[in-house]
Design a binder for this molecule. Structure first.
Ligand code: ADP
Length: 260
């Protein structure tokens, strides 16, 4: 509680009482703590790759570059860490834009089948490299009411995760379903799965089940936070179902575009 007091003065300016105001600032404190946590997390996430880039560059300059094998190995690490930094900065900028109150959604009738095809094409190489089958489960035409660019971003984040957290020889399936008022985007994988105890926190910024694994896979820890916000601004829903060691399914519902 924040407490403030003021005296009550009578006509002769004598104190005749006191007013005490208790102001419940629990919510404010909570917000303030969340902001502090976020700044601490961002700083830490930025520091790790930068430290690595500086360290390996210094070692190269100190003589390691004379050894061609070491040089190549270190340059690969520097490149990987720099790319992670790039993704992190881009995700952070995007998240701050999406979280703004006046974030603009470019509402229109969106052909989901076309976006699924496009995203699968973009990510097919990533899947191929890991020997994962990426399946476009053909469905009836599905039209959502939303922003095509942002819906594409939701798909990219979820399918990229599905590929990242599925071991080779696994399967990632993308399907669309029409309901009476909604259209559903379903992304399921046969990957490592997520223990249900993580469900309540999985959409938090920088929350990861396994930090080392996520970092190694080039993750920023912001993908699902961005997805959650984008689904919210679309007034949609997101559901998660997962079995440890079996796989994960994310189901997103969007408002169905009505025929004009
Ligand atoms: P990251 O960049 O770490 O992937 P995300 O916000 O995209 O961050 O996801 C948060 C965490 O959720 C991941 O670190 C991972 O532990 C878990 N996760 C997300 N998608 C999947 C999935 N399809 N299968 C298993 N775990 C997942």
């Amino acid at each position: 509680f924040d407490v403030s007091c003021a005296p009550i003065l009578d006509n002769d300016n004598h104190a005749s009482g006191i007013v005490v105001v208790f102001h419940d600032i629990t919510e404010l404190k909570k917000l303030e703590n969340m902001r502090k946590d976020f700044v601490a997390n961002v700083s830490h996430e930025l520091k790790t790759p930068i430290t690595s880039v500086i360290g390996f560059t210094e070692t190269l300059l100190d003589g390691a570059k004379e050894n061609k094998t070491l040089e190549e190995q270190f340059l690969h690490i520097i490149l990987k860490e720099s790319k992670r930094l790039q993704s992190l900065i881009s995700d952070l900028l995007d998240l701050s834009k999406i979280e703004k109150d006046h974030f603009v959604i470019n509402w229109q009738k969106v052909n989901l089948n076309l976006i699924v095809e496009d995203v699968i094409l973009i990510l097919s190489d990533k899947a191929f490299q890991k020997d994962i089958i990426l399946i476009n489960h053909k469905s009836d035409p599905c039209f959502a009411w939303g922003d095509p660019y942002r819906i594409r971003q939701i798909m990219i984040n979820l399918i990229t995760n599905a590929i990242a957290y599925t071991p080779s020889k696994g399967k990632v399936t993308v399907s669309l379903e029409n309901d009476e008022h909604d259209v559903k985007l379903i992304i399921s994988d046969t990957g490592i799965g997520i223990d249900k105890k993580h469900f309540p926190r999985i959409f938090e910024r920088f929350y990861r089940v396994d930090k080392a694994r996520s970092r190694d896979l080039g993750g920023t820890g912001l993908g699902l936070a961005i997805v959650k916000h984008l689904v919210e601004v679309h007034e949609g829903h997101i559901e998660i179902d997962s079995e440890l060691g079996q796989g994960t399914t994310f189901t997103i519902s969007f408002k169905k575009a009505q025929d004009e």
